[in-house]
Design a protein around this ligand. Structure first.
Ligand SMILES: Cc1ncc(COP(=O)(O)O)c(C=O)c1O
Length: 395
């Protein structure tokens, strides 16, 4: 049990992925506690950048191999970031960094504003989520800055509510503070912004390496983050709701595409780094796969275990981390209730995949027990599930 716990977390494997962590300084091993300003990158990201430069290095939309490869690479990187944000690929924009993207977006949004319109910013934010909006003061836009509660460095939500008015056109808030670490209730703030008819812009640069982002659940209009803070290369990325990216007019050269998201990507992009972004998202997915591997390796040791679906770890590309099983003749509902009492939430039944449970011959016996792992799950939770199942068998 002890050994398997270690394997599930496998910090040694994680550190091995980051060759730069071995840097010596005056005879001391370097301790990289500088993550908030940028994280180290795994080999996988370095390889992707090198591979792009070796095999695909060209500008886009040419009638030859490397250019076609570049187009394909950008499409797959957009799809990877869309997974990361939980949006569609055409809602993902690549850029030099968050600051540059935000200045460009603010200028474009400014074209729709008139003197007297208001934008709300906060005292808790990085200046990259303040200065681009303040630049619109030149056009007569009024900036209202929300204060903090000094005692604990949280946003003063009463002040925020006061500062959002009928004239507010956009609320710009950070997801987490890069100085004191406070996580802001951005979904709640998005509701307040929308109720006032304003757009919601979230700076997720600091938050991105700390938790999953779901732009649909947040219901924000824009969200920015920078891959170099979550194990990727030095770039920035923007999520923009499709309707806004299509409606707004970015500043651009005339021959460049007029369609979004390309119209937002000024000039030639740092394509080799875009290749690295896709690899960084893959790396995060790989962390999830390792958790799943622990689960799938731990389950067969439980007497009476019957797993449905692909269990060969070499074939994990062909499946996701949703897993169904039965335990001997036991009833899945009874098993789910037993685990539920121990704080382990799983589903039992057929989940409307009735043809499948009938075909597998389990429908008449209560279906299956289903376990789903996502990126916020931990190795410790997997171990709790395994020991819960052992306890159930040993009753
Ligand atoms: C919270 C936050 N927002 C914005 C930025 C600026 O990001 P970029 O360097 O991608 O322009 C940073 C950089 O440290 C940050 O921590």
């Amino acid at each position: 049990m002890k050994g398997t716990e270690k394997k599930a977390l496998d910090i040694a494997w994680v550190r091995e992925q980051f060759p730069s962590l071995k840097l010596p300084v005056n005879g001391h091993p370097a301790a990289f506690l500088d993550g908030p300003a940028g994280t180290q990158v795994p080999k996988h990201v370095m390889d992707a950048i090198r591979d792009y430069l070796l095999n695909a290095n060209a500008n886009t939309y040419g009638a030859f191999l490397t250019s076609r490869r570049t187009n394909e690479m950008i499409l797959s990187a957009r799809a990877a970031m869309a997974d990361f944000f939980h949006c569609d690929p055409d809602e993902v924009v690549f850029g030099q960094n968050m600051t540059t993207i935000t200045f460009a977006l603010a200028r474009a949004i400014g074209r729709e504003l008139k003197p007297g319109d208001e934008i709300v910013v906060t005292t808790l934010d990085h200046d990259a989520n303040v200065a681009p909006w303040r630049a619109l003061e030149d056009e007569g836009v009024v900036i209202r800055q929300v204060d903090i509660c000094e005692a604990d460095c949280t946003l003063d939500l009463d002040d925020l509510k006061r500062k959002i008015t009928g004239k507010t056109k956009l609320v710009a808030v950070g997801y987490a503070s890069n100085l004191v670490g406070t996580i802001n209730p951005v979904a709640e703030i998005a509701k307040l912004a929308h109720a006032a008819g304003a757009l919601m812009f979230i700076d997720a640069v600091h938050y991105a390496p700390h938790g999953p982002i779901d732009v649909q659940a947040l219901d924000c209009d824009f969200l920015v983050c920078s891959p170099y803070k979550f194990f990727g290369p030095h770039m920035g990325t923007l999520y923009g709701k499709r309707e806004h990216l299509q409606r707004l007019k970015p500043y651009k050269v005339r021959p460049a595409p007029d369609t979004s998201p390309e119209c937002w990507e000024t000039g030639t992009q740092v394509q080799e780094l875009i290749a690295g972004i896709a690899a960084a998202v893959d790396y995060l997915a790989e962390l999830g796969r390792r958790l799943f591997t622990r689960l799938i390796e731990g389950l067969p040791a439980i007497p009476g275990m019957r797993i449905f679906g692909i269990t060969d770890t070499k074939r994990f590309e062909e499946r996701c981390s949703t897993l169904s099983f039965r335990l001997g003749e036991s009833n899945p509902t009874e098993l789910a209730a037993f685990l539920g009492e121990r704080g382990i939430f799983t589903w039992d039944g057929n989940f409307f995949a009735l043809n499948l449970t009938e075909r597998l011959g389990v429908e008449k016996h209560g279906g299956v027990l289903r376990v789903g792992l996502v990126h916020y799950n931990t190795a410790e939770e997997v171990e709790r599930l395994l020991s819960g199942l052992r306890e159930f068998i040993g009753r």
